[in-house]
Design a protein around this ligand. Structure first.
Ligand code: FAD
Length: 386
């Protein structure tokens, strides 16, 4: 059905009427609980934990999680709706997609049954906020080079190392730590181990000072002889790399979906601004150059929306390949960066002011080309299929 007509020429067919009812609820939640406070959270560098509890109570966390663990057992379309609404209001501090669509799925798929029963219902309620720690001070793109190490000691794992740039890093109640468990085995020596907040030797470092995404807490994490029970291992020992590779397409699709929503929202605001702002006795929109620029941007945003929806539909049917997810992330974030830059330009000096949403969105978007696998790594992945 034709729903959620965006401010582009795209006719959307990927969502059902039920998804759209859910969207209305999500939008109300964001307008009531997030938009009025986001600037304050940007200054604080973090979103309050209470927001997570409110979102959990409204069923906005972990929609895909099985009902027996407190989720809705819904399809990925519901997660996509939440991501789009975050993109629409540029609430980049709200780390729900990382939690619901990236971290919790590892726990649901690979944790021991008793740990699933202990953790998952609390994750759905927002009582446990999650993070995933891959990146280290000395490595990011080359995941197999992680140095953080875990060794067995009786029935425990003992972890040593440090991580950086970890999203939800300050707020997290549980972090999946990517560790070397067989240092000589490269990618076949990596395991995923859960560490809970409060575990002796696990220290959260600085909440890092970024150039954008100011409300998102991004942290250093330190592990000094951190002892966790063997049951905290996800899946099989030394199989962590294959789990990460399998789940990365969903992470990249989430970033692409957010880019599509951000482009549409910011373009719409820019059109409104250009029609209102006067220069040389006419509106900014009246200059042919600007009308043509906006027309070009609308064509680009429409084209990407169609592609993003195609990838979303493929993913909902279980058929999104690693290459297609990489294309979606590459094209979405590169296009978003250029489009937001053009939109900022059309705002003139106001565009450079933090009071205007466009400037903040522009700075927030820059990281899209870096995290979740950089644009260069996306090209590597795509090139492998040539
Ligand atoms: C705001 C933010 C949030 C983040 N959240 C998380 C998180 O929650 N968890 C987590 O684990 N990490 C997170 N990261 C880390 C992020 O995933 C890494 O920064 C990213 O993967 C790049 O790694 P790097 O910074 O080490 O860059 P490097 O790997 O050092 O790369 C430097 C440059 O070299 C290029 N390059 C590297 N390899 C190649 C190659 N083979 N071919 C061509 N060019 C190459 C890169 O594209 C980049 O331009 C986050 C980062 C930021 C900024």
């Amino acid at each position: 059905m034709d729903t959620a007509a965006p401010p582009t020429g795209a006719v959307r067919t990927v969502f059902t009427a039920e998804h759209e009812i859910f969207r209305a609820q999500v939008r109300r939640f964001f307008e009531r609980e997030v938009v009025p406070f986001h600037r304050e959270w940007e200054r604080a560098g973090i979103v309050p934990r209470e927001l997570w509890l409110k979102a959990g109570a409204e069923g906005l966390l972990c929609p895909m999680l099985a009902e027996e663990f407190g989720g809705a057992g819904a399809d990925f379309g519901y997660s996509a709706v939440i991501t789009e609404e975050i993109g629409r209001c540029n609430a980049t501090g709200v780390g729900f997609p990382l939690h619901s669509d990236i971290v919790v799925p590892y726990v649901e798929e690979f944790a021991r049954p008793e740990k699933k029963r202990e953790w998952l219902p609390r994750m759905a309620k927002g009582e446990i906020i999650t993070a995933i720690a891959m990146t280290e001070p000395g490595m990011g793109s080359d995941l197999k080079a992680v140095k953080t190490h875990a060794r067995r000691d009786g029935s425990d794992w003992i972890i040593n190392g440090s991580k950086t740039f970890i999203s939800n890093g300050q707020n997290c109640g549980l972090v999946i730590v990517v560790c070397k468990t067989d240092p000589g085995a490269g990618r076949k020596g990596i395991s995923l181990i859960c560490v809970e907040e409060g575990t002796k030797g696990f220290v959260k470092g600085r909440n890092l000072d970024k150039i954008g995404m100011h409300a998102a807490d991004t942290s250093e994490l330190f592990f000094d002889e951190v002892r966790v029970p063997a049951e905290n291992l996800l899946g099989e020992e030394n199989a962590g790399f294959s789990y990460l590779i399998r789940n990365l397409p969903q992470e990249r699709l989430v970033i692409a979906i957010r880019a599509a929503a951000s482009m549409e929202a910011m373009l719409q605001k820019t059109i409104e601004y250009a029609k209102d702002r006067k220069a040389f006795g006419q509106t900014v929109f009246d200059f042919q150059h600007n009308r043509f620029k906006l027309a070009e941007l609308r064509a680009q945003a429409t084209m990407f929306r169609v592609f993003a929806d195609h990838c979303l539909a493929l993913h909902m049917n279980g058929g999104l390949s690693i290459e297609m997810a990489a294309m979606a992330k590459l094209m979405g974030t590169e296009m978003q960066n250029r489009l937001l830059d053009d939109c900022l330009q059309m705002h003139g000096g106001n565009g450079y002011m933090a009071d205007y949403e466009i400037g903040r969105a522009w700075a927030d978007a820059r990281v899209g080309r870096i995290y979740g696998g950089s644009s260069e790594i996306m090209k590597e992945i795509i090139a492998r299929s040539l």
